[in-house]
Design a protein around this ligand. Structure first.
Ligand code: PEP
Length: 256
């Protein structure tokens, strides 16, 4: 079986002007822009995607967005579409991030439409799932994650499913400094892979990258990334500075 390439994706959220983003990308290009052991994706806010894309041209770094609408065009004020992202050479798009779900009311059904639209336009979805603290404490973690995955990936064809990247992000660990233990994370990742096996067959599930997200930092990354079913990280805070983000890429590259 071909080992899954580790993936480290930086979610800059609503941070950095285009100029700040270009400066960060230049530092990343200079340090990890030639390596190809780890797939590295940066996801600037919409205003900085195009300039970041130009700054990473010729390097191995890839470009992602943090959200998109599921329609291709039309009267959707404030939104951007998959073809628009493709036109500025984005290859990835984060979908269903917990901040989108909780602060902007995104439902599983909307996330599903976005996943299907991304795949139709050859954009790789980084599809986020995860439980809240109350859900974990009531023992509902696996059920919640199962529902989000079944609904979010409904209608995805078997031959497209390997292009999906799943990000398991316990909501209580995002931006809080509270990281899931390696056991907690690996348990959910293994459960997700088992579910993907049921939905899409074993060979497909073995190809899908499942990222961990939630206060991943250089100090805790090596242990998390060494887990059998943890194929990389979706990184918020630690992606905003070249030094910590590069350390995470280096940590992923060190796992054999
Ligand atoms: C995220 O927003 O996807 C995330 C994981 O954030 P942080 O690393 O800051 O917890």
């Amino acid at each position: 079986m071909i080992p899954r390439k580790k993936l480290i994706a930086g979610n800059w959220k609503m941070n950095k002007t285009p100029a700040d983003g270009v400066a960060l990308v230049r530092e990343l290009v200079a340090t990890v822009g030639k390596q190809s052991e780890v797939e590295v994706v940066v996801c600037p806010p919409f205003t900085g995607i195009e300039s970041a894309g130009r700054a990473l041209e010729g390097s191995t770094l890839k470009l992602g967005a943090q959200n998109m609408h599921f329609e291709a065009s039309g009267a959707f004020t404030g939104e951007v579409s998959a073809p628009m992202l493709r036109a500025i050479f984005a290859t990835h798009v984060i979908l269903g991030h917990s901040e989108r779900r909780t602060l902007f009311g995104e439902t599983d059904e909307q996330v599903n439409k976005k996943v299907l639209a991304a795949l139709k336009n050859q954009l790789r979805p980084i599809f986020c799932v995860g439980e809240t603290l109350a859900e974990r404490e009531s023992g509902a973690t696996l059920k919640v994650v199962q529902t989000q995955i079944e609904r979010g990936l409904e209608g995805v064809a078997k031959d497209q499913a390997a292009s999906v990247v799943v990000a398991y992000e316990p909501v209580w660990a995002i931006g809080t400094g509270k990281v899931a233990t390696t056991e907690q994370a690996q348990e959910v990742h293994a459960f997700i892979r088992e579910l993907l096996t049921k939905l899409f067959t074993e060979p497909v599930a073995q190809k899908v990258r499942i990222l961990y997200g939630g206060s991943m930092k250089p100090a805790n990354a090596p242990e998390l990334l060494a887990q059998k079913d943890i194929d990389g990280g979706l990184i918020g805070g630690a992606s905003l500075e070249a030094r910590s983000f590069v350390e995470l890429v280096t940590a992923a590259a060190a796992i054999k």
